[in-house]
Design a protein. Structure first.
Length: 135
């Protein structure tokens, strides 16, 4: 089964350089049964820029104020488009449990790199969790 949580937020910068982590938490994963095994986590980010000069610098899962696991972004794969488009981050399974995922501090963190003085916007982060319920 899959359980999905979605968060809406906006981020932007009017300068060149790399942002700090922009963190999206607050998804509701309580529907995942207690005792389930987490098979994979697939985050997606819907984003755009005003002039296609923004790229994803890094992406990660986030838990209680810390990056969890490896960089899951497809760094440099493409500049952010000028209209909203969804980018799948790399599916990951860093050994998280159901208790980790239902924690209010669980989410996705993204860093963006601005190649010029631009505006970049993340309108939605969606997290798909594939799990096996207990028998």
């Amino acid at each position: 089964p899959d359980s999905a949580g979605a968060a809406s937020a906006t981020m932007g910068s009017g300068r060149r350089g790399v942002t700090n982590w922009v963190v999206f938490t607050g998804g509701d994963f309580a529907a995942i049964p207690v005792g389930s095994t987490i098979n994979s986590i697939q985050p997606t980010v819907t984003r755009k820029s005003d002039d296609a000069n923004v790229v994803t610098q890094a992406g990660s899962l986030w838990l209680n104020g810390n990056v969890v696991g490896n960089d899951i972004s497809d760094v440099g794969a493409s500049n952010w488009p000028q209209s909203f488009q969804t980018q799948a981050l790399i599916a990951t399974q860093p050994g998280l449990t159901r208790d980790d995922i239902v924690n209010a501090g669980f989410g996705v963190a993204v860093k963006a790199k601005f190649l010029q003085q631009e505006l970049g916007v993340i309108s939605m982060v969606r997290v798909m969790v594939d799990y096996t319920p207990p028998t």
